[in-house]
Design a protein around this ligand. Structure first.
Ligand code: SF4
Length: 220
C-alpha cells in the first residue's frame, strides 16, 4: 500500500468536494437507527434504501413497534430495498440481541467502551460486516473509521494506494492506520463522490481527473 498517494488523493479531492465536515444528511442520533439503515443498504442503491427506511419509520416509528410487528410484516414494509426476507430477519435478530445486552433498543451504552470493543461488538451482530461497522462508527457514533465500499476500492486500486489483490477490509485497515482522525469522514465521502462523478467503473473520465498525474491506471 502506498502512504504518499493517500495524502495526494485526500488533498486533491478536498479541493474539489469540500466534504471536510459531516454532511448534514448523514448520521443518526441513535446509532441503532444508523445500523438498520446500513443493513437496508446492502446490495441496493441509496434511493431504494432510503425509500425502505422512510417507509419503515412511517409504519413503525419506534424500534419497539418493529419488534411487535415481527419479521413477516417488516419484510413487506422494507421490500423496496430488496432481499426483504433476509434483511427483515437480520433487523429483528439485531434488535433482540441489542435489547438483551443493554436492556433497551439502543447502542448508546456501547459508547462507554473503547473503539476496539465497539468494533468487535458490532462485527459479531448477524449480517454485519466490516464496512457496515465502519459506517456506523464513523457516521452515527462519531468514532474514527474508514469504510471502504466499491467506489473507494476502485479508486484506491486504480490510483495505486492499494494493490489489485487487497480486500476492502485490508484497504480500510490501511486507511485507518494512516489517515488522521479529523480527515477520515471527509476523505471517505470525497472518494465516493469522485468514484461516482469521474472514476466510473466502466468509463472513467481520466481527462477530467485531478488524480491522473499519480494514477497507475491512467499511466498504463
Ligand atoms: S485518472 Fe482515471 S482511473 Fe485514475 S482515478 Fe482518475 S478517473 Fe480514475
Amino acid at each position: 500500500m502506498n502512504k504518499e498517494k493517500i495524502f495526494f488523493i485526500l488533498d486533491e479531492l478536498e479541493n474539489i468536494y469540500h466534504n471536510e465536515t459531516q454532511p448534514p444528511e448523514l448520521g443518526h442520533e441513535e446509532p441503532l437507527d444508523g445500523l438498520i439503515l446500513t443493513v437496508l443498504s446492502q446490495n441496493t442503491n441509496d434511493r431504494n434504501r432510503d425509500t425502505a427506511y422512510r417507509r419503515m419509520k412511517a409504519v413503525y416509528p419506534t424500534l419497539e413497534s418493529v419488534i411487535e410487528a415481527g419479521a413477516t410484516k417488516l419484510e413487506n414494509v422494507i421490500k423496496s430495498a430488496g432481499l426483504g426476507h433476509t434483511k427483515a430477519g437480520r433487523i429483528i435478530n439485531i434488535l433482540n440481541i441489542v435489547h438483551e445486552d443493554f436492556g433497551e433498543y439502543s447502542l448508546k451504552p456501547l459508547l462507554e467502551k473503547d473503539s476496539g470493543e465497539i468494533r468487535n461488538y458490532l462485527k459479531a451482530l448477524p449480517g454485519v460486516g466490516a464496512k457496515t461497522v465502519a459506517c456506523v462508527m464513523l457516521f452515527d457514533m462519531k468514532i474514527p473509521a474508514f469504510p471502504v465500499d466499491t467506489h473507494v476500492t476502485r479508486v484506491s486500486k486504480r490510483v495505486g494506494v492499494a494493490s489489485l489483490k487487497d480486500s476492502p477490509e485490508e484497504i480500510s485497515q490501511f486507511y485507518e492506520s494512516v489517515v488522521p482522525i479529523a480527515r477520515c469522514l471527509g476523505g471517505h465521502v470525497n472518494i465516493i463522490a469522485h468514484g461516482r462523478d469521474i472514476c466510473h467503473a466502466k468509463k472513467p473520465e481520466c481527462e477530467k481527473c485531478v488524480l491522473a498525474s499519480q494514477c497507475n491506471f491512467y499511466k498504463n
